[in-house]
Design a binder for this molecule. Structure first.
Ligand code: ZN
Ligand code: ZN
Ligand code: ZN
Length: 257
């Protein structure tokens, strides 16, 4: 198993926490762990930095985590809370004098080509991000800097979302249903990150109960919940409702796996 350092750059759902103009107990909380940027992680392996998703908070997340170089971006799906900040990859383009590989499915790449059309134009305006699209397919592992990464598919209502497994570690966001073939690819995972939006049922996201059941089915030793809504409750309150071995992630949390 490679030694990975996982940094949670953001653990909040699409609007982030606090939500603009919301006065609920979670949004007005003074606790640092109740302030959640949009969901993303940094995977560091030897000298390689890989970011999963570049949401609207990407720029600030790179500054806050003091990330000095970026070798690749893995994109889970094309919802705005996962891609909106991709333009700021250009800071790394300037710094590294190179393009940045962006790994995603053809559907995700097609959305990036629409959303960031200017980065793919034939005659590019100077200074646009240089994104090198690299196609991946579920069940077919690929290598980044010697690290083998297995992409797998989960469903976000009807939308396919890519999850990633590296050794004993797996990262799954925006899942509502997971087909048996994908569960098979997760067999033996020890450290699992999975989305859990809130207590109440939601059409496209796991609830607390569904995320806990999924973690137990996989048999993960340790599970971290992410993509948290303000409706879920304060960090400490959510934690109290979780069984042993399952934790609420928070921004800035670092795991060595
Ligand atoms: Zn999302
Ligand atoms: Zn709120
Ligand atoms: Zn989504």
């Amino acid at each position: 198993m490679p030694n990975l350092k996982i940094t949670f750059l953001g653990t909040g759902t699409s609007q982030g926490v606090p939500v603009i103009a919301c006065d609920c107990a979670v949004c007005v909380s003074e606790e640092t762990k109740d302030r959640r940027l949009r969901t993303s992680i940094l995977i560091s392996y030897e000298d390689v930095n890989i970011v999963v998703d570049t949401g609207p908070d990407f720029r600030y997340q790179m500054l806050r985590a003091n990330v000095k170089h970026l070798e690749a971006v893995l994109v889970t799906h094309s919802h705005k809370d996962h891609i909106a900040g991709m333009d700021d990859v250009r800071a790394f383009n300037y710094q590294q004098q190179d393009s940045i590989p962006i790994y995603g499915t053809p559907a995700t790449h097609a959305a990036l080509e629409r959303e960031f059309y200017y980065a793919f134009a034939e005659h590019k305006y100077p200074g646009v991000p240089r994104l090198e699209l690299r196609e991946i397919s579920k069940g077919e592992p690929f290598l980044i800097g010697g690290l083998s990464i297995m992409p797998l598919e989960v469903l976000h209502y009807k939308m396919p979302v890519t999850g990633f497994r590296i050794g004993d570690f797996a990262y799954i966001t925006d899942a509502k249903t997971i087909e048996p073939a994908s569960k098979l690819l997760l067999k033996g995972v020890q450290v699992l990150v999975v989305n859990a939006l809130q207590e109440e049922p939601h059409i496209s996201h796991f609830t607390r109960e569904e995320a806990v059941a999924f973690s137990q089915e996989i048999g993960a030793r340790t599970t971290y919940l992410t993509h948290i809504s303000h409706r879920f409750g304060k960090h400490e309150e959510i934690q109290e409702r979780l069984p042993d071995g399952i934790f609420v992630a928070y921004d800035g949390l670092i795991l060595d796996v």
